[in-house]
Design a protein. Structure first.
Ligand code: FMN
Ligand code: SF4
Length: 416
């Protein structure tokens, strides 16, 4: 995915990515200095008023998470999560390399708000050079109150799940732990831990400077602000775009250069996301409120455009196989259920004439849901069920041993 950006917001430009260079001087020149030691409770109030929600996938209200960590017992630790294990996402790496100081400002402010004295940046290898240089630059300028440690994130889909982040920063393998214990209560070194996506922190860095009303000038009243969208697939200008919540799918695809060829569907929310058929959903707004009724969510802002010439079942089978291979192999649904679902989808994609295949995929999806220590099986099940729904006509064609697409699984005949 290329890393172009387009200022979609005439009033403000592209606030997150507007600094000319990633160094501290360019950052301060563009954004102004970090507010010095704001009252922590006032900071919590402004974040809550802004309506900021997490950009790592779940969309949890940031103000509520900050307040929970602040009131937990023990000295908290804060983490900027830049693991970005999702293969179809490029926005966190772009942000960390284009605007590292905005993320680090957010991390410092979050630490100040919850009363932490230790902070981590957990980021993937490709971003570490710029992030380490940015931390060193701030240290030599005496810019920060809270010590920051930069740690390399493992290159794996589940490495950015928050309990896996905690496990890695505790020195163990980056595998999710059971979800019964909230990391906000007991995380790194058994201390209350705030894990926040790097984009969430960058928004926080701007909200602390400009206020809740400024943030609410974009987006919808229920979902204010902008989000970074990674648009890939069959569009003319794939890349990362900053858009206001509520933008329609059609508008976002147009910003990404428009479809280079006829589209049949988009995958919204990444590999744990949902297929939405086109043109039926072209004018659907990209907001949690508008996506929820169709079982979709923006996730970490991923949109993949699927051209009509490509077999959706073959693409979905490849993604399901990838997801099955990415489990931490420590819970039953991941060990048995995910490989089975991937195998069934692969057989469907290869046009095996077995009418029971689709029903069996659905049954397996129901069996794994809610049964893992983390949400990896749930996300995989959601993706798989939406595949059955969106490509129902293609499944019928495959049951006759043929496929309607030009690019299809090896050995499958084109539908006459
Ligand atoms: C399988 C899985 C993978 C995840 N990977 C990431 C990731 O790479 N980066 C991220 O920020 N959040 C990821 N999350 C979400 C985190 O668990 C957590 O909710 C998030 O970092 C919290 O930050 P936010 O509230 O700012 O979104 C993942 C969740 C799951 C279930
Ligand atoms: S559900 Fe899967 S990915 Fe999550 S902890 Fe268990 S084995 Fe690992």
């Amino acid at each position: 995915v290329s890393t172009s950006t387009l200022p979609l917001l005439p009033a403000t430009g592209s606030p997150l990515l507007a600094a000319a260079r990633p160094d501290l001087a360019a950052h301060v020149r563009h954004n102004g200095p970090l507010p010095s030691r704001p009252d922590p409770l006032a900071l919590l109030a402004v974040v809550a008023d802004s309506g900021l929600t997490g950009r790592g996938g779940a969309g949890f209200p940031t103000g509520r998470k900050l307040a929970a960590v602040r009131s937990a017992s023990g000295r908290p630790v804060v983490v900027a999560n830049g693991a970005e294990g999702e293969p179809a996402s490029a926005k966190d790496a772009l942000l960390l390399t284009r605007a590292p100081h905005l993320v680090l400002d957010g991390l410092q402010l979050a630490a100040h708000a919850v009363g932490a004295r230790r902070a981590y940046v957990y980021a993937k290898a490709s971003t570490l050079g710029i992030v380490r240089a940015a931390v060193a630059e701030r240290q030599s300028a005496g810019y920060d109150a809270v010590e920051m440690h930069v740690v390399e994130a493992a290159d794996a889909f589940v490495a950015g799940e928050e309990s896996a982040v905690v496990a890695a920063l505790d020195g163990g393998p980056p595998r999710p732990r059971d979800t019964l214990q909230r990391v906000t209560e007991r995380g790194i070194g058994r201390r209350p831990t705030l894990v926040q996506n790097v984009e969430t922190l960058a928004h926080l860095g701007l909200i602390a400077r400009h206020g809740a009303d400024w943030y609410r000038r974009n987006g919808t009243p229920a979902e204010p602000g902008t989000f970074l969208a990674t648009v890939s697939g069959a569009v003319s200008a794939p890349g990362v775009y900053e858009a206001a919540h509520g933008i329609t799918l059609r508008e976002l695809l147009t910003c990404a250069g428009g479809a280079g060829e006829p589209l049949q569907a988009v995958l919204i929310g990444g590999y744990h996301g949902t297929w939405l058929p086109l043109p039926a959903h072209a004018d659907r707004a990209l907001s949690r409120t508008a996506l929820r009724p169709v079982g979709a969510s923006l996730g970490a802002g991923v949109v993949v455009a699927l051209p009509r010439r490509e077999c959706g079942l073959a693409v979905a089978a490849r993604i399901a196989t990838y997801l099955a291979g990415q489990s931490a192999r420590q819970c039953g649904p991941c060990l048995n259920g995910l490989p089975r679902m991937a195998d069934l989808l692969t057989r469907l994609a290869r046009a095996e004439r077995q009418p029971a295949l689709a029903g069996e995929v659905k049954r397996m999806a129901g069996l794994v849901e809610g049964r893992g220590a983390c949400h990896h099986p749930d996300g995989t099940a959601r993706f798989t069920v939406s595949t059955l729904r969106t490509f129902a006509d293609e499944i019928q064609a495959h049951l006759t041993g043929t496929c309607t697409a030009e690019r299809r699984a090896p050995g499958v005949r084109r539908t006459a």
